[in-house]
Design a protein around this ligand. Sequence first.
Ligand code: SAH
Ligand code: SF4
Ligand code: F3S
Length: 462
Amino acid sequence: MSAQKAEKKVHIKTWGCQMNVYDSERMADVMAPMGYAQTDQIGEADIVILNTCHIREKATEKVFSELGRMRVHKRAKEKAGGKMAFAVAGCVAQAEGAEILRRDKNVDMVIGSQAYHQLPEIIADWEKSNGTARIINTDFPAEPKFDHLPPAQPRGPSAYIAVQEGCDKFCSFCVVPYTRGSEYSRPAADIIAEIKTQISYGAREVNLLGQNVNAWHGTGTDGKTWNLGTLIFHLAELDGLDRIRYVTSHPNDMHDMLYRAHGEIPQLMPYLHLPIQNGSDKILAAMNRKHTQDDYRRIIDRMRDIRPDMAFSSDFIVGFPGETDADHRETMKIVDYVGYAAAYSFKYSRRPGTPAAKAGKQVLEDIKDIRLQELQKKLYADQTVFNTAKLGMAIPVLFDNRGKRYGQLQGKSPWLQTVNVIAPERLLGQIVDVKITEATQNSLTGEVIPIAPQISSGTHAA
Ligand code: SAH
Ligand code: SF4
Ligand code: F3S
């Protein structure tokens, strides 16, 4: 009998959104049965996968500088008689394709965002060529990749599950419809099965993921058409699932059932990431968002009526072509109106191939800087106010990580705040009441509230 083959190693580095984080986990799932274990040391890897983001120019350029930095590892491995493959996956791979092979001679494989299920064939071809082949696969397959992925490995107390992918909205600044393809919703039965598996591994929380997650729709397990709200009502029935979240939502896909879910389902966390991008109706129209600031305010008002403790977050773009100071004031107005718990804000970045890139009236970089600074100052102040308001409160925290300091655990409040607590390791994966003692812009600190001893009431009829 031949000696057991030495284990092969893959190093995966991920940029971009939660969908990319999920995809990286799924790539690892695909490669595990092929004998590839994950490593966080590039030097040890037989294959390095860069799972990339194309959303802004800077994100794309980071990939090429990383490839440059990684070259020494490839050379060292070759000197020692081995091989190290560089694979570029994700949205840059999808958008730039063969251009990546031209631009960097050290790249061996380019794997588009819909081709991960084909990793076994791609890698087998590369191995067969003794590391000389340069392979590109950026096809959008006829059948969704999800149908061809192996069962997921454990994801910890808080599991991310892609339920929807792609986008048909074509906001004029955005590459996602091109890098992820058109909207696709996974069948409810598949989603429920994946969540049940994660619960059996110890997950207490699920984060439903999608580029437009609230556009999710499909045939339910009862044969009827479900929307995201209906799906959440059914997930709430699953034993052992204590928390449900979803991200990212689009204002135009809010629906009655989702509002109802927030009113009626205690497991559905009181948090909504609802990007508005900009406050000016003129800019929103130019962005092809198809909603106004007023439409957005009505969503916020209705949610707050249903769930007064609802927290909101958003994404913002400043300096979109044609944006004036008056337009920017409108963005500041909506920020003031909502009082966000958290937010991401960016300077508009011109993306080749998108309609806005060709627009005249591009805003000067200096002006973008000033507007971004003003916006962020207000957003960070609001975030601090939101966090500080939790001081002294007792909050249920799901511990999903070890903390940075020894003896510390890290968890999440219902409003997605990070909470650091000195707590025993055995509480990892548990939901525990914590008294908040400190609050900063980015996190909370607290103490575990001891559980009062239970007084036995003896036997009683049920
Ligand atoms: N599907 C989500 C998010 C998509 S991308 C949505 O519709 O909101 C994440 C964020 O990146 C966007 O919300 C937007 O704020 C930002 N973004 C996208 N394209 C950009 C560009 N060209 N320049 C700057 N920011 C951009
Ligand atoms: Fe991009 Fe707009 Fe689609 Fe969001 S809704 S992914 S911003 S095109
Ligand atoms: Fe980036 Fe692609 Fe996500 S472009 S934001 S990784 S969908």
